[in-house]
Ligand binder design. Sequence first.
Ligand code: PAZ
Length: 295
Amino acid sequence: MDEWEQYFAENPAPRGYDVSCAQLEAFCQLHVNRNPIALVTSGGTTVPFERNTVRYVDNFSAGTRGAASTEYFLAHGYAVIFLHREKSVTPFLRHLDPRFLLDALQEVPGGLLQLSSVHSSQRVKSESRLLWLTFQTLSDYLWLLRAATQCLQQRAPKALLYLAAAVSDFYIPQDKMAEHKIQSGAGPLTVTLHLVPKMLSPLVSVWGPELFVVSFKLETDEKKLIEKATGSLRKYKHDLVIGNLLQTRREEVTFVTEKESSLLRLMEHQKAEKTEIEKLIVEEVVTRHRNFIKY
Ligand code: PAZ
């Protein structure tokens, strides 16, 4: 058994998994001959310490990139499966400032409150082209990622995968995980995190070999970024790696393919106009995906 198969054998599917699979199936069937389909992954995965989880390891990702990109894909006519971390940033709602939320609500018959039409029109129009799926832990994420990839491969094999989630490289295997809350009475805690099998490998070669796969590579050391992005592309043989640095990810990214590597950077006037880098990233990805669909 491969390491990744072992991982799925040892880590149970998330609650509601069958319902998510049915939703994926219905969504893909509905859109396959109508709209291009994109799977956007977004936000960070958690790694629990205990099975009855009180504590977990998390990462920095708020899900801004995935949520913003989803809006731009919808604007380009895509149907989007938005696989995101619970309570992370979400498309459209991210524009609402909680301090002014009450201004965006209007009363409707029955004493209920709903978003006023100004705020909801774009959302409502896009709603039928948007499927929301959530994860919390690394394991939830991997189960749903595999299900979505396999469903797209079967129903819409030219679909786009846009993997912007920040996925943990480390985890605690089920048989090493405490059942109940770890007690501090036992003294300082030493935890060994094990390596997660590299899932891009089966994703590209087994689950979705015909899909257009775009992954993101995050680094903090500028000197390592291109080398690591190129290494990932050579190893997994997918279509595009978008490299970004933690410190500058809102202003610039580098597109790395087998043939070239090109910098995409917001210009001064775009920054002044508050253009989001995701708008430029999605424009470029859509162009490449359209070319891919033609052949
Ligand atoms: O979620 P966010 O907008 O704060 O950050 C986006 C990002 C940096 C997580 C994303 O662009 C990315 O690089 N994802 C892949 C991370 C990785 O190398 O696993």
